[in-house]
Design a protein around this ligand. Sequence first.
Ligand code: GAL
Length: 635
Amino acid sequence: MKRTLGTCYYPEHWPEDMWEVDAARMAALGLTWVRIGEFGWSVIEPAPGELQFDWLDRAIDTLGRHGLKVVLGTPTATPPRWMLDRHQDMLAVDAEGRARGFGSRRHYCFSHAGYFEESKRITRLLAERYGRNPHVAAWQTDNEYGCHDTILSYSDAARSAFQDWCAQRYQSTDALNRAWGNVFWSMIYDDFEQIGLPNLTVTEPNPAHVMAFRRFSSDQVVRFNRAQVDIIRAHSDAPIAHNYMGRVTEFDHYKVGADLDIATWDSYPLGFLEDRVGRPVEDQRAYARQGDPDFQAFHHDLYRAVGKNGRWWVMEQQPGPVNWAPYNPAPLPGMVRLWTWEAFAHGAEAVCYFRWRQAAMAQEQMHAGLLRPDSVEAPGFGEAQQVAAELTATPEVAPAQAPVGLIFDYEAEWMWAIQPHAKGASYFALVFDTYRALRRVGLDVDILPPQPEALAGYKLILAPGLMHLPDALLTALLASDAQVLLGPRTAARDADFRIPLPLPPALPGLPVTVSRVESLRPDMPEPLRGGGAAQMYLEDLETTADPVLETNSGVPVAVGAEAMIYLGGWLDDTAMDRLTRVLCARADLETFDLPEGVRTRTTAAERFWFNHSSQERQVGRITLPPAGVLRVPLV
Ligand code: GAL
């Protein structure tokens, strides 16, 4: 498939006489896509019912005349100020019970019935007007669900919708009381209307209650998105996307993705480094201008799984310093190109740079664009130009299934967040540590949803931390041809957050029972025989199975049967590397000894090499300069 480039553009921010020149420059740069419109509601509808589409008609026409394809966003992430006069209680409410104010964006509650109707109304108006416009070649619903912590809302609207959701799911309060174990601390309900949201309780709320609220909140996003999709589909054949984010896990992306045609995500490698990647401060320093070598790749692989038939894009690519991280350095020269090629190597159909021109006003003045505010080319422009030229020469990247599957489950993420047992323990971090170990030895990874039908064709499947393991998924794992890694905390809870009996993990063919669980302070790792340590989280394993890893005193930490290993702890990098090599040997997978910061990705026709470090690196006979990218045809 041919790979393409694009940009994010805000015609409403610039005098109309600049649009023509902008479009001509975009086309000359070799861009294919221009995303517009996602924050434009107050200029499309300045007052309720007063529609001004003329400017948008002309903007789309101008871009189209230059051969550019438009991705049109629905503007529902930024309801205009007048909307609050119509729906005074539409704002989301935080866990402290405070309404979140107007003056930035994403100021709505997914459960508010009035706003839900407004979002459908504006979507319908856009779909009717542009659904058959030849230049509108794709759609984006809303913008970044979950950005700025906006999924969980503790509003009155959310409470009453949650009560309905509970009534649907449990049918009777008796069933709900039994499922949640409400006899504990006298929390029995006798009417669904008594059920509140799990905030402002005196001490920790019932985890089953919180889990239900997390599921409900995710379902509200799915419903909100689906309503827009249904309307757009009725008027347009163009594919529909949403732009997800890095490490935003409060809703189930697979479920939202099932209604869309393309998954896209917004990749800000330097922005993410300090707050989202979760690596030690030395790594943050070493990668300050390059971004973490695995964080973007992880999300590329994740969104390939979220997108229907593996279709995914980068909708927003950082082109220079951003404005919102604790520190905002400029990328090392070459990194904008590297990030773009890395996305293509992982299967992105398109990469769009955010934004075309740096804004001279409002919140994002400190955020680079491809152009400076005075329209002179910024450093990112040249790198985009280089990629465009390279794409002209070799536009094809052929996809391939990876040999390794790594399950990522949003419900497990919520369960760990609700009951971490150790300060800082997070399912995302555990899965990401596992992913990093696989990438360090040069393996390609497909992230998999927790679905039985996703498991076919892998040599190795890893499912760390899957706190709830549905029977059908366990059956499929046992039946697969792959070597399987489970644990820690596998099947530790049932769907309603109870400890199941027999005690977990209860794996047919692998005699192991978790008899006790402890969490460890960061300064008390448990050293393992042969190197490395278990940290954070350690299970006592009652087992007669063969040990794979043991503590220095000979207590088993990982045990194995023929095609399955159960791991009863969270490993540090050294121990994880050892376990990865055991797994690869069992699965007959070739591994590399990659130098620090070098990553590789193999497609059906070639092997890509990426140097994320700021130093030159040597791999065999290959020399990679800092930020170097190399494509080698497979022989
Ligand atoms: C994204 C968002 C954009 C812009 C960008 C800045 O999260 O979708 O609208 O704010 O960040 O980096």
